[in-house]
Design a binder for this molecule. Structure first.
Ligand code: PLP
Length: 389
């Protein structure tokens, strides 16, 4: 079986270094907010090109605490994408605010900046773009809108550590960026972990206070916080991995380019945005949509296909794992029924959710494995679309 990703391969390759780092933590007796968390915070901030990093216990809490730090709460609206993992809106709900969905551009899979202004109301406090699959959002357009309307911007970079837009790392455009170290993300821990990155010292300090029970001084609590600290052990592992992150992203991108080259000549398949070539029977055509100096991390390599269920089944029979990220856009999820969205209200997100298919991609995927995936999908597409015009 060729898997979508193999989260233990990096450990096999870096075993000696990681084992030594874990043993050093075990022997140090410093298990909570010790030197490794502090060092990783500085190293990730430097990697991303911003001033502060604050390690928390998950990407979900990074979003939650970023919203809390910005004092977004009950009565406030946060504009976001329906085409994301549920953690994005979970965090908005956790602070008592209301998610307001704006449709996506089906070429980028990301929030469509041209639709944002129409969703702004007097209650809107922030825009929360998600760099889905590691594909950078159009941040200059989003930041222009935020500045014009005095809105905060929180970037969900859970899938996009290492991605950049116009030469600048994602997560550093808005007020805050939120990272996840979930094992299958671009840089995965051996458990949960996350980080808030920001240039704003006040936001960094507030997240730091909130993650440690709402108090700057031990046993003196100024507000209700929570326990959401990145583990010292995870930080030690991540510090080893950070040295390899750029190489891993290069490897992901190399595999994406091989896929692109193989799939571009085929019909019945839409390749990702960097080599976008029109909108595979999607209801709208995006004239004048330009690719803008993107560096996508390819957390996922996701194509759009017609007849997805049959294609996925055939690939499975041929020993190839694929996934649907995500089959139901958030505005149609049961959990958000109270927001009152109907099917058909965000047609691009719904269309993409019905056609997207993520293929195996990870830095250690071998060339012969990728050739197997390419040949299998090419064969299946030819079979399922013999008469495609
Ligand atoms: C994974 C993910 C999260 C949540 O991160 P966790 O570390 O799993 O809590 C948030 N948003 C997106 C888009 C994600 O993919």
């Amino acid at each position: 079986m060729i898997q979508l990703c193999d989260v233990s391969e990096q450990y096999r390759q870096l075993k000696d270094e990681i084992d030594a780092a874990m043993q050093a933590v075990a022997e140090s007796g410093m298990y909570i907010l010790g030197p490794n968390v502090k060092a990783l915070e500085a190293e990730i901030a430097a990697y991303c090109g911003c001033a502060h990093g604050v390690g928390v216990n998950s990407g979900t809490d990074a979003l939650h605490l970023a919203l809390r730090a910005l004092r977004i709460g009950p009565g406030d609206e946060v504009i976001t994408t329906p085409f994301t993992f549920v953690a994005t809106t979970e965090a908005i709900g956790m602070v008592g605010a209301k998610p307001v969905f704006v449709d996506i551009n089906p070429a980028t899979f990301n929030i469509d900046p041209t639709l944002i202004e129409a969703a702004i109301t007097p209650q809107t406090k922030a825009i929360l773009p998600v760099h889905i699959y590691g594909q950078p959002c159009e941040m200059s357009e989003i930041m222009d809108i935020a500045q014009r309307h005095g809105l905060r911007v929180i970037e969900d970079c859970a899938q996009a550590l290492g991605s950049s837009y116009q030469g600048k790392k994602v997560g550093t455009f808005g007020d805050v960026g939120c990272l996840s170290f979930f094992p299958s993300k671009n840089m995965g821990a051996f458990g949960d972990g996350g980080m808030v990155i920001t240039d704003n010292a006040e936001i960094a300090e507030r997240v730091d206070i909130l993650r440690r029970h709402g108090g700057k001084v031990k046993y003196h609590h100024s507000e209700l916080g929570l326990n959401s600290r990145l583990d010292e052990l995870q930080a030690a592992i991540l510090r080893v991995k950070l040295h390899h992150l750029d190489r891993w992203i290069t490897e992901r991108r190399r595999r994406a380019q091989s896929y692109n080259a193989a799939f571009l000549p085929l019909t019945g398949i839409q390749t990702p945005h960097e080599c976008y070539r029109g909108a595979l029977r999607c209801p709208t055509v995006f004239a004048g949509f330009a690719v803008q100096d993107l560096y996508a991390s390819y957390h996922q390599y996701t194509v759009l296909v017609e007849g997805r269920a049959a294609i996925q089944q055939r690939l499975k029979e041929m020993g190839i794992q694929t996934m649907i990220y995500y089959p139901v856009p958030l505005h149609l999820q049961e959990v958000h029924e109270n927001l009152g969205w109907q099917k058909g209200s965000l047609p691009h997100a719904e269309w993409v959710a019905d056609h997207c298919l993520s293929l195996p991609i990870y830095p250690e995927m071998r060339a012969d494995q990728q050739t197997t995936v390419i040949n299998a999908l090419a064969a299946v597409l030819t079979d399922t679309q013999p008469l495609a015009a």
